[in-house]
Design a protein around this ligand. Sequence first.
Ligand code: NAD
Length: 251
Amino acid sequence: MKGSVIVTGGASGIGLAVVETLLAEGWRVVALDLAADSIATAREHLAAHGARVRFETVDITDESAVVAAVARTAADFGPLKGVVNSAGIARDIPAFDTSVELFRKVLDINLVGSFVVAREAAKAMRETGGGSIVNIASISALRGNLGRSAYGASKGGVMALTKILAVEFAPLGIRVNAVAPGPIETPLVRELLTAETRAAWLKTLPLRRNGTPQEVCGAISFLLDERASSYVTGETIAVDGGFSAGGLINV
Ligand code: NAD
């Protein structure tokens, strides 16, 4: 049996696939999410795993709620050994139409929320011999992405944060890495892509298809696994069908 792991955004998309994968690997999983309807569906879907999984309604922008959730996890589920920061929102809006309010909201959830979860988790991990934190960045931070000023900036921040925390937490035995997915078929992407933008995306992808949430899980499992990735920290792994490798179109 492995230790306990917190997955934010664990009720949908990539987070939910991660929860399922980690349960199959023997982790005890606490999933934090704010969407009550997704939580109810996910609970039903994973009922067979019994007491090894718990879904909690937590908004990661609520600092005191995060502090309490991390403390509950360590108390009820045993030493915290992993975190996957998957909660996030995305908006496709031209910069001229992006209000400061919206920009701040995206940063608050994607970047500040990930920071607070990582900071609180690291406080617990330093008491019990360390652990591994995996942040979810995006290819929108690796290359310019039309209409994603707030989102791309938040994910660029997540990549920088990953390196900084990796250096700060290394002496505590805590590794911090990130995964940068390309277009993955989840509710978030289905909301963003029109038929037209979907066709354009596919042309830029060397593998010529969107990924599945399950296809992001391998990299996350690797980074959480102390034996497999013990010497990897501060790194961002792209899981993007080759998008960031180039993908120039010959027309
Ligand atoms: P999703 O919408 O399916 O899941 C995101 C979950 O986060 C939702 O359940 C939502 O309720 C939760 N959430 C949002 N705000 C929250 C908050 N304040 N507190 C707690 N939970 C909150 O999206 P997804 O596609 O699975 O995205 C997961 C992560 O992967 C996000 O960080 C996203 O930016 C990133 N990502 C996704 C893609 C993609 O193509 N799907 C690509 C690159 C990066």
